[in-house]
Design a protein around this ligand. Structure first.
Ligand code: GLN
Length: 287
């Protein structure tokens, strides 16, 4: 039970974490971690302090704020949406209900571009469907000489992305566009994209956790490939000869994606597994 008012002796960090861990046990696969992260957020202590000093006391109002966060977590809101930020490629990024929370597997797209460039190279890179800016910012951080352009259809997402860019001091050209439609006369050495690719009928899309994320960033149409088809059809117009494309996709889409890329004229088409062993990214070279 959450401590009642005036039971101040029970507003110890450790006690609240035990309460939260128990109450999240059925709805989260990591109840204790969630409790500690939310406690760190609400107290502004590092998580190590929260863990090392369970006897520290909270005021009733801070305790109530903690309780509210734990209850939302119990309803399926992600930790990132509750705290408003998420780590990606060692960058602390702001997220909101208008952006997808960056997933660890998406770091593969960053690794893909980094593996093909050296730190001093001034290549040009396009991130299609940037969301909170994760891929674009991670690449720019590692390859400061590169020119990075990032597009998204959602102005709200672009606002968050631009804020992340400012906070990190990384210069990206943010553009509002449906894929390449408003892009103008550009040419890129690399194009990366994590487009919406979940099949519309996928039960995953109706799960509580995903219901707090924008369907614009997830819903890939009936077979999940609508945006992927549109992107593959249009990128040859802006990809330099010898340029490379890195695409994140669903774990059952590798064959379809490879076929689309080969039919469009890409060479060296290859799929890579994520850390869970699932087909997750396919790359191809333009001519
Ligand atoms: N990887 C995300 C998920 O499983 C989907 C992301 C996307 O559609 N781009 O929820």
């Amino acid at each position: 039970m959450f401590p009642k008012k005036n039971q101040n002796c029970h507003l110890e960090i450790g006690h609240l974490i035990e309460w939260a861990t128990l109450s999240l046990a059925t709805n989260s696969s990591s109840p204790r971690l969630d409790a500690e992260v939310l406690m760190a957020e609400i107290t502004h202590y590092p998580r190590s302090t929260v863990m090392a000093f369970p006897e520290r006391m909270l005021s009733q109002s801070v305790g109530e704020s903690f309780r509210a966060l734990v209850e939302l977590r119990g309803k399926g809101v992600s930790i990132a949406h509750l705290t408003g930020h998420k780590e990606f490629y060692s960058l602390d990024l702001k997220v909101s209900s208008n952006t997808l929370v960056p997933r660890p597997e998406t770091e593969m797209l960053v690794d893909g571009v980094l593996s093909q460039t050296d730190p001093l190279q001034a290549a040009s890179i396009l991130d299609l469907g940037t969301g909170c800016g994760a891929i674009a910012l991670a690449i720019k951080k590692q390859r400061p000489n590169c020119r990075v352009v990032a597009v998204d259809l959602s102005l709200e997402a672009l606002r968050i992305a631009a804020e992340n860019g400012c906070l990190l001091g990384l210069e990206i050209e943010w553009l509002c566009s449906r894929w390449l439609t408003s892009l103008g006369n550009y040419s890129f050495d690399f194009i990366v994209s994590n487009p919406p690719y979940v099949e519309r009928g996928d039960v995953h899309l109706l799960s509580q956790e995903l219901s707090y994320e924008p369907s614009l960033a997830l819903d890939g149409g009936l077979d999940g490939l609508d945006s992927i088809r549109e992107i593959i059809a249009s990128i040859p117009n802006v990809l330099a000869t010898g340029g490379m494309f890195f695409l994140e996709h669903g774990h059952q889409q590798a064959l379809d994606v490879s076929k689309l890329l080969e039919e469009a004229g890409f060479s060296g088409v290859k799929t890579k597994n994520d850390l869970a062993g699932c087909d997750r990214m396919t790359l191809g070279k333009w001519l």
